[in-house]
Design a protein around this ligand. Sequence first.
Ligand code: EPZ
Length: 432
Amino acid sequence: MWMESFVDYFVINGGKRLRGTVEVSGAKNAALPILAATLLCEGEVVLHGMPDLADVRTMERLLNNLGATNTREPGGTVRVKVEDEMNCHADYDLVRQMRASICVLGPLLAKRRQARVSLPGGCAIGDRPVNLHVQGLMGLGGDAELVSGDIVMKAKALTGTELFLGGPFGSTVTGTANILMAATLAKGRTVIESAACEPEVTDLANFLNACGAQITGHGSPRITIDGVEQLHGCEYTIIPDRIEAGSFLMAGAITNGEVRLRNCRLEHLLAVVDRLRHIGVSVERDGDEVVVASARRLEPVEVTSQPYPGFPTDLQAQIMTLLCLADGNSIITEKIYPDRFMHVAELGRLGAKLRKEGPTVIVEGVKRLVGAQVMASDLRASAALVLAGLIAKGETRINRVYHIDRGYEKFERKLMALGAEIERRTESSTDD
Ligand code: EPZ
């Protein structure tokens, strides 16, 4: 049967200065592990500030497959309750759509003593191994084997232990989440050394403690978990999305506008604010809002992505776009995903002068970017192309914007409300 599929794309007319106020949504990378953690809970969980994103919907579908019901109420509230613990298999179809599905591994092993999760494939930003996740869960007493592309794990019981979670690129965010979740129901004390310190991991730990877990040290590289018999449900509000907030700071800066962010935790963005201020962008608190404005002239800087609290890899593409217009050469080094440069060739199509040398890109400032057709690849590179389109002369068309829908809630509508000339169009894929 011949099926017609439709593909969305953005058309942007560049040059409009952004002005006005934008509301930052709940953090995708907190929402996803916290949704997975509901598999540990007896009773209903009520989550507020849940962003309405493709990835969150995918995780909700995965939870449904694993025996949980969930209902979404207006205003970003999601209710989740586990009704049936029979199915422990997160199948390939859902996992290949979203790597964060790996976050159900720890909860399933801890609560149901078995788990089968398809090994997530690679993606546009590079190789995405999960060896540290499996190693950590085996340290707690899990047995693991690879069965036709699935990680199959079993455990008679989980016992607390000391675990080192550091890898060649620092710690692992979802790996820390997986071990943290599993350890809440393990017998005795678990200490995670070289744990990820990202605010989303801290948010997960705070959620688990609200469900009766006993976790201390979260937000630092050493997290201690004293296992408990069971976790109950709770009502919890997700932290704001610091990557969405950082993207809007850069949108305000690149268009020489003045944008006010509501629901923005500036303390989660100190490395980003440090770089922006060195570039010549002003970022200030004003009451419970954050205001960004930029001088016309942008200074070149050096940026290196690091684990939190360093500069986030998820904003590397966006700051590269901003630095394309700086007055001189900037140097951007990617220390988390050395291949995370799919946006370089696309920015080049808009007139950017970029030279990749291994995990480093030299950004030679240019006077202007010029609109063209470009292709979105990964979630954050796509946001960087939108930023470029906002300032490029003339029309920019960005194909495959489903990448953006995975991690930015109502992105084009929020930008439109700030004065951007951007619209979403749909074409049938047969028009190629
Ligand atoms: C999380 O991915 C985020 N995703 C990513 O955001 C983010 O880019 C990344 O952390 C780094 O900050 C979610 O939280 C859902 P890692 P994660 O495990 O947990 C290596 C976005 O755009 N590593 O911290 O998968 C790995 O190769 C996404 O929202 C191992 O070697 O990242 C990488 O180089 C993109 N072995 C580094 O560690 C492992 O077992 C950090 O990866 C796990 C990771």
